[in-house]
Design a protein around this ligand. Sequence first.
Ligand code: AMP
Length: 584
Amino acid sequence: MLFADVANVFNRLEGTSSRLEMATILSASFRDLEPVALRTVVYLSQGKLHPDFYPNELGMADRSVLKSISSISGYPDDAVNSIWVETGDAGEVAERLMKKRKQMTFLDEPLTLERVIANLEKIEGESGKDSQSSKQKYFSQLLKDSTPVEARYLCRIVTGRMRVGAGSMTILDALAEAFGTKEDRPDIERAFNITCDLGLVAETLARGGVEAARRIMVSVGSPIKVMLAERLPSIPLILDRMGGRTAMEFKYDGIRVQAHIDGDSVKLYSRQLEDLTSNFPDIAAALRKQCKAEKAIIEGECVAVDPATGGMLPFQTVTHRRKKHGMDKAVEDYPVRIFMFDILFVDGTDMTVCPFGARRSRLEETFDLSETIQFTTMEAVSTSEEGEKFFNKALSMKCEGIMAKSLSPESVYRAGSRGFLWIKYKKDYEEALTDSFDLVVVGAFHGRGKRAGKYGALLMAVFDDETGKYCTVCKLGTGFDDAFLAGMPDMLDGYLSDGRPHMVEAQMEPDVWFLPTVVLEVVAAEISLSPTHTAAWGAVKNGAGLGLRFPRFTGRVRGDKGPEGCTTVNEVLDMYELQKRDEQ
Ligand code: AMP
C-alpha cells in the first residue's frame, strides 16, 4: 500500500472541521484496508505507532526534524527557522520547502506504508541520550523519498502532533460506520474503553465484525479507561441522588494509579496511561507481595505520608514521584502509600460488570494489608448527619473531601465515563460560590505593563464530550505568580497552532492559539450567562453561553489529566442549574 494514499486521507480530514464529514472520510478509507494496515493507520492518525500505553514513543524533537528538513530540501537553517517561527508546525515547514526542493533525488522510489512503518519502528526503538541523531537518520531516509504532502504528515507523526482534528471519538464513529451500524457504537466504544487500544478494536472489527469486538475482554497489561465522578454541592443532595443510602469513602489527595498484577510482574499506569512503575517501585513491590491472586487489576490513590507521623501530606509532595530522573532519592525522601478503592479484574473474572459492593468485597478478599498497602476508609451512610460526620473525619485526616459511591445493583464500573454512580464532594464546595474546575488552555493574550513580553492571560475551555469540541468559559489572568508567568512559554509553546484549532469553539480571538493540551485548576466565584463564551451555547438562553466570573488559577497544573479529562460542558451546566436553585 502506498503511503501517499494514507497522507491524502489525512489531508482531506484537515480540510474539514465537521466531525460528521471526518467520520465519513475515515470510514470510506477504513473499509478498503487490510486488518493489519487498518490498525496501523488508526495509530498513525493519532501521531503514534502503537497505543498510548506502549512503553516506547517516536518522540522526535522538533530540532531534529527541522535539521532533516534542511538537509533533504537543501535550504539553510535560517530559511527553515523563519517558517518554523511563523507557523510552529514542522509539517508546514516541510511541505513548503519540499515543494521547492533544491536537492532532488533520482531514485524515485515511492514510499510504501510498509517502508514507512519499518523506519518508524526503528525511530521508536531508539532511546536514551544520543538517540536523536539515529532517529534523525531513519527519518531522513523517509523524507528523502517523500512528496510534499507525505512530508507534512511524516513530520507530524514523528513529533506526535497530527493536528488533523480526528480524535478518538471521531475514529470510533468512523469504525461504527465502516463495520456496523449506529446502534453498535456503544459496544465498539466499550471495547475501546476497556482496552485503551483503538488499533486493536479496529483490527478486530475488520477481521470479525461487531460480534468479535463484543468479545474483547478486560485483560491484564491493557489499561482500562478510568471511571470518573460527577459532583454535587451538598451531602443532602448526594443522598437524594443515591436514593437515600450510599457508600462514602475518603477522597485522598494523591495520584490515581491502575495496577496490573500478573504473577511476578506489576505495571502501574496513570489515568493518562503513562507507565508509572518506575516512579512507584515500592508500591509495585508491595502490591506483588500482598496480592493473593495470580492476576489482578486494581485501582488506588498513591498518597505521600510523613515518615515521622504517618500522616497524609498534600498532593504537591507526591508529585516529587512523577520526576523522570533521580527516582531512587525521591523514593527514599517521599514515602508513599496506596489506598486501594477498586478491583476491575481478578483471576479470569471481569469485575467491571459487577456492582460496587461485590467489587469492594472481592478487593478486600484479594489483598493482605501492610503499612504501604491499604484500602480506602469507607462507610455506608444513610443520613445527612452521618455524611457530615464522615466528611469532617476525612478533612481531619487531610483528605480533599469524600467520594460517594452508589450501592445499587446497577453500580458497575463504567470505564471511561463520568456519571452519578460516583459523586465527589470536596472542601472547596463548602465555601459559598467557590467551585473548582479543571480547564484546558486554548489560547493566550500578550501581556502589557508588568507582564509585557510574556503571556498576560489565557483563554480557557471545557470539553463537550458529546461533540468532541472544546468551548471557552473564561479569560484567566489571576493567580499566576512570577515563576509561573516566566515558565508559561515553555509549558505551552510546543502546542502553538496556526489559527483556531478545528476542535475549539470560540468567539474571542486570543493573540495565539494552542492545541488543547495543558489542564489547569481554576476556582471561580460564579457561573453566569455570557455573550462571548461558547460553553453550553444556547442551552440556557438563545445567543448566550456560560462563563466563569472572577476565575483564579489555584497554582495546580493538572499534569495527570488530559484535555478530554477536564471539566465538561455538562458539568458546568449542572453546576449552573444548582447555583440557580441555591439562589432561589
Ligand atoms: P477529580 O480529580 O477532582 O475529578 O476527582 C477524581 C479523582 O479522585 C480520582 O480520579 C482519583 O484520583 C481520586 N480519588 C481519591 N480518593 C478516591 C476514592 N476513594 N475513590 C475514587 N477516586 C478517588
